[in-house]
Design a protein around this ligand. Structure first.
Ligand code: NAP
Length: 330
């Protein structure tokens, strides 16, 4: 059998080390299994998950083995399909979410399960497409499945708080929530207040002010649901701002979140904490892509990098000061 051609990829070989431990390697182009497509990558995007795995914060679940090519979000062109693939063929432009156990986005080619691949219309650029899956799906899941918001505008009016509305997930949550019957309060840094307002939030507070730190709604509203995209906010800060049956949806659940969730259930508390574990579905990627194509949803790109300089994107993601997504082009 002829040897597989080589591709450029970026991987790490153990826990820790940050950007300095990302290794640039030449490895064989992967072979798609029966239910997979091989994609020539045009753009990918970084998520905090990627460097949290490298830090060992998700040990022992991720990664399954080293070396590990990180990343789940990409846009590109199908070049080869597995024997069971019906819906895709070479030259199709697509957006894919990769299996987090396998990773694989930081490379010239990647294999994706057909079940998480969506067609990409020509109006949606590769960079925009790569910014959609993980962050967009997380915001969609938080709003629809956890907070019960109907994105067709039906349902009773709900007061929402979105913390860190300038981050990758928060920017989607702020925009999508306004498709529902909602009043949205958002927090972000002072430099992003006007921008977050321009995307639809009704009230925006600087998280570094006293009212911002206390999460107080400027108009005195109590929140029916909080989409918490920020880290390190204590339950005691949320609690006085919640309506009687208010919920906090924790986008980044930690072990301490799970203990509090159990306590709230045991004490039959009306105010609830809900941990979000992403349930990714291709129809939701397709829905988000349609919204982008119709101009109803904006993919906000903080900055673009080349794969040869991916260390810079990695370092910036670790700093947690991006406004939107960081994308990488092979
Ligand atoms: N459960 C899941 O499946 C899932 C999926 C995706 C992401 N996540 C998690 O969601 C979190 C957010 O990810 P991301 O990619 O969206 O983050 P990110 O882009 O790195 O967030 C950075 C942004 O958040 C703002 N910010 C930071 N702390 C803030 C605070 N206390 N209040 C208000 N704004 C604040 C920063 O503003 P300044 O620069 O002005 O400070 C910056 O604009 C991460 O912890 C990630 O792991 C979970």
């Amino acid at each position: 059998m002829a040897a597989r051609k080589l591709m450029h990829a970026v991987q790490y070989n153990g826990y820790g080390g940050g950007p300095a431990e990302l290794q640039h390697v030449e490895i064989p182009i992967p072979i798609p299994q029966q239910d997979e497509v091989l994609i020539k990558v045009e753009a990918t995007s970084i998520n905090p998950f990627d460097w949290k795995v490298q830090k060992g914060m998700l040990w022992p679940l991720f990664p399954r083995k080293f070396p590990y090519i990180p990343g789940q979000d990409l846009a590109g062109e199908v070049v080869e399909v597995g024997s069971g693939i019906q819906n895709f063929k070479p030259n199709d432009k697509v957006i894919a979410m990769l299996d987090p156990f396998q990773g694989g986005e930081l490379a010239e080619y990647a294999v994706a399960k057909e079940s998480l691949v969506a067609k990409r219309p020509s109006e949606v650029s590769a960079h925009e497409g790569s910014g959609i899956p993980v962050a967009g799906l997380t915001a969609h899941h938080a709003l629809t499945q956890c907070a019960g918001i109907k994105l067709n505008g039906s349902g009773p009016k709900r007061n929402l708080l979105i913390t860190a509305a300038s981050d990758g997930v928060g920017l989607y949550a702020a925009q999508l929530s306004k498709l529902g019957n909602t009043h949205v309060t958002a927090t972000c840094g002072a430099r992003n207040i006007e921008f977050v307002r321009s995307l639809g939030a009704d009230e925006v507070i600087d998280y570094k002010t006293q009212d911002g730190a206390n999460l107080k709604s400027p108009s005195g509203k109590k929140y029916d649901a909080v989409i918490n995209c920020a880290s390190c906010i204590a339950w005691s800060t949320f609690e006085p701002n919640l309506s009687d049956y208010g919920k906090v949806i924790e986008v980044t659940p930690r072990p301490s979140t799970m203990i509090r969730v159990a306590l709230k259930k045991l004490t039959l508390s009306r105010k609830q904490l809900v941990p979000l574990f992403l349930d990714a579905k291709v129809e939701n990627i397709e829905y988000l892509v349609r919204l982008v194509n119709q101009g109803k949803l904006k993919v906000v790109i903080d900055s673009k990098y080349s794969l040869s300089k991916v260390e810079d994107a990695w370092a910036k993601s670790i700093e947690v000061h991006a406004t939107g997504k960081m994308t990488v082009e092979p």
